[in-house]
Design a protein around this ligand. Structure first.
Ligand code: DLL
Length: 433
């Protein structure tokens, strides 16, 4: 793999600023953001008043913990535009979450917000080793989802040439990578695996492709998966994180030269980690739920938003701004099986360690005889593999490393449902209620 480390002089000054400079900028911006939300969004006025706090109560960053949290249902209850802090005619873009679990969450951006979004995504793409003039194959979905259009904004801002292919039509994805010779690909890790399958189906060698870096996010994925993808494509694989409520992709990004977690672009997004049970902030380095406050957003300021993503904060390395560790999972995706907490990423890690298994999997939950049961559906990498042996090896490894008994069904190649965007890892067939 080629060394893609960006030139130090191509970085934004804030990427190499001192901690004091970052703190000073954050404090000033946080004060602005709290005031902006309080003055212009009735929801925040009510929630601050109810908690007995006022934006003027903030004199240092630590004071933020006095302010109330915002959760997904708050956004749903203000559907569609109730959380906007600017008049409708100043909104330049709308995005929304898919709403598979309820009412969609609608977010808005002013032109200035879009410019900021473009700049943090540009910074992220540069951290992945892309430079002006490079060709980018953007296979995140275009539409209400922030993935496709968010990456596109940043690619424009950095001066890349974008192939806006979006997700789906996998044979065409392979054909265009082969014909256009992009240097980078932006895609969910699970859809990258579908593209990889298609390479093999067409009898093409993915290691011979032009791709030098893949920028993967929008769903949890493990370092074991990184190793698999890097090996399969002979390219770097780096992690990009974000969520629509906070902006979209580009809230944090892993650097290609260090691959040691994701630097949060702290000049725009202020992170905290809290204990998910008590809501109390925890020290850097401790695991908990990630909470974000926007520092510059005009249309949709967001104060102490509980992401439900579990991670921890670490000091800066390749950049001055702090890192978040690769997300273990969402608290909503945590399965409690007979008292043991399990995340799909743990199953992914166990599965990737069994030779002969393909990296595709789904977890089915059922409740026979009022006892929760987990079944892992996965598949062999090719026809020569001993499926029964692999099933035994995976269930033994899950028992040993996670401490739970699971059923494993190893089907033939192609038997597990494929993703064209975010993978559906858990199929919950337990009785409702
Ligand atoms: O998934 C934004 C995005 C698009 C990020 C493209 C990266 C690349 P939402 O649809 O609002 O936005 O979903 C946000 O996805 O709270 C996490 O649970 C999960 N997620 C996003 N990136 C990562 C990642 C986009 N790198 C939700 N690792 C978040 C783990 C991620 N989970």
């Amino acid at each position: 793999m080629k060394d893609l480390t960006p030139a130090q002089n191509s970085l934004d000054p804030i990427e190499i600023a001192s901690r004091d400079e970052i703190t000073a900028l954050q404090t000033e911006r946080l004060r602005w953001s709290l005031n902006h939300a309080y003055k212009n969004v009735p929801f925040y006025r009510q929630s601050f008043d109810a908690a007995g706090v006022h934006p003027d109560d903030l004199s240092s960053l630590e004071d933020l913990s006095k302010f109330p949290f915002t959760v997904k249902t708050d956004l749903r209850e203000n559907y569609p535009f109730g959380m906007f802090a600017v008049p409708r005619d100043q909104i330049a873009r709308i995005h929304a979450s898919s709403g598979t679990t309820g009412q969609p969450t609608v977010v808005g951006y002013t032109q200035t917000d879009l410019d900021h979004w473009g700049s943090v995504v540009a910074r992220s793409l540069r951290a992945a080793g892309l430079t002006p003039g490079d060709l980018l194959h953007n296979a995140y979905g275009y539409g209400l989802f922030t993935g496709g259009l968010g990456i596109h904004l940043g690619a424009d801002a950095l001066g890349l040439a974008t192939v806006p292919i979006s997700g789906g039509m996998t044979p065409r994805q392979v054909r265009l990578i082969e014909d256009f010779q992009p240097k980078g690909i932006t895609v969910t890790p699970s859809y990258a695996l579908s593209i990889l399958d298609e390479y093999h189906k067409q009898g093409l060698d993915p290691r011979a492709s032009s791709l030098q870096v893949g920028i993967f996010g929008a769903e949890p994925w493990t370092n074991a998966m990184r190793a698999e993808i890097e090996q399969a494509f002979d390219m770097h694989a780096v992690d990009i994180y974000g969520l629509s409520e906070v902006m979209g992709p580009g809230v944090s990004m892993e650097c290609v030269e260090s691959k040691d977690g994701l630097h949060i672009w702290e000049d725009h997004f202020y992170p905290e980690i809290i204990n998910p049970e008590t809501g109390a902030p925890v020290e850097d380095g401790e695991q908990g739920e990630l909470v974000f406050t926007s520092l510059t957003k005009e249309a949709f300021p967001i104060i102490r938003y509980r992401t439900r993503d579990l991670t921890r904060l670490l000091p800066g390395t390749a950049r001055a701004m702090r890192r978040m560790e690769k997300v273990t999972g969402r608290s909503d995706d945590m399965i409690i099986l007979r008292g043991v907490n399990v995340f799909p990423t743990q199953i992914e890690e166990a599965l990737m360690a069994v030779p002969g298994l393909a990296p595709h999997f789904q977890i089915e939950l059922t409740r026979p005889d009022r006892m929760d049961q987990m079944r892992i559906l996965c598949e062999t990498a090719d026809t020569s593999v001993d499926a029964a042996g692999c099933a035994k090896a995976l269930s033994a490894s899950v028992k040993q490393t996670i401490g739970i008994s699971v059923k494993v069904d190893v089907g033939s190649t192609g038997s597990v449902a494929r993703s064209e965007g975010k993978a559906v890892r858990i199929v919950d067939n337990r009785p409702k209620g």
